[in-house]
Design a protein around this ligand. Structure first.
Ligand SMILES: [Zn+2]
Length: 294
């Protein structure tokens, strides 16, 4: 069983004290890959560094709408250069946040459009942050998608992360070629609308994520979130869709690989074998630990 946490912020200071242990716990919980998403230039640099250090981590680079006012020509050029690094699988997170409004809205729109244009040219899918800006997000993405018809991004334009819209919006986004990513809030008691979206969406368009350190799923709500908890999100979605956890894990992992086009490392498959072969679990793990040190 493998899961992919498609949206994590392991570079944030909340993980400074125990980052290595958090990454190991994710592996033990069956998280075969994580996409560490940048939020500004410094964070994007750290994301690329983490991806270089850990074979199970991939990076996305971009300027979050909160920091849109810092996206000048020089920052955009630096981000572009970073995006050429191996293991950078997406541009993000980018979008609009009309809830916090930490950058003026016209500045957010300009930064969003500039980064979309750049991602399209590079042939990288985008990781979209949308808070209380559903209509504008869909308008801008629809335009962008039209310009990319027949390109290598067809059908894999990106992901609407921590989706918070309604079913009509989700269906429109899927039609355009986006994936819908679900995080901790689906496990909360009042998540009726999101539960309905999950039930109605086709399984081959759903991703799972944590957005850690934020949005911690039940029953850990109130504490720091971490990639290992993506399992709780996946379990809830499996229950909502009435399918087995294994089927849900297989489908969402295949979806993440189709969108981001990465391979799972051979050692991950070894880990999968271990969990089906419990008798040899201990000796295998010792073997693997020993191998990882050289
Ligand atoms: Zn995020």
């Amino acid at each position: 069983m493998n899961l992919v946490d498609t949206h994590a912020h392991l570079d944030f200071r909340q993980f400074d004290a125990d980052r290595g242990a958090v990454i190991e716990r994710a592996q033990s919980a069956g998280v075969a890959a994580m996409v560490n998403v940048g939020t500004d230039l410094a964070s994007s640099r750290r994301a690329v560094a983490l991806a270089a250090e850990h074979e199970q981590i991939y990076a996305a680079v971009g300027m979050h709408p909160h920091d849109a006012k810092r996206l000048d020509g020089a920052a955009l050029a630096d981000l572009r250069e970073l995006a050429q690094q191996p293991r950078v699988v997406a541009v993000g997170e980018i979008g609009l946040d009309f809830y916090r409004d930490r950058s003026p809205r016209d500045v957010q729109r300009r930064a969003f459009r500039a980064q979309l244009a750049w991602a399209g040219k590079m042939g990288k899918p985008v990781v979209i942050h949308d808070r209380e800006a559903h209509d504008e997000i869909m308008g801008i993405l629809t335009n962008w998608a039209q310009g990319l018809q027949g390109s290598s991004l067809t059908g894999r334009l990106g992901v609407l992360h921590t989706f918070s819209g309604d079913l009509a919006m989700a269906e429109r986004a899927v039609e355009l070629g986006f994936y819908i990513s679900i995080s901790g809030p689906v496990t909360y008691k009042n998540a009726h609308r999101l539960a309905g979206v999950v039930q109605a969406l086709p399984l081959d368009r759903i991703l799972v994520e944590t957005d850690c350190p934020f949005l911690t799923p039940h029953p850990h709500r109130g504490k720091r979130n971490e990639p290992a908890y993506v399992r709780l999100v996946a379990e809830k979605i499996a229950a909502l869709k009435g399918i087995s956890f294994d089927d849900l894990a297989k489908a969402t992992t295949a979806n993440a690989q189709r969108l981001f086009q990465f391979e799972l490392q051979p050692s991950m498959f070894e880990e999968e074998r271990q969990s089906t072969d419990i008798e040899h679990r201990t000796s295998n793990r010792e073997h693997q630990t020993g191998r990882r040190q050289d």
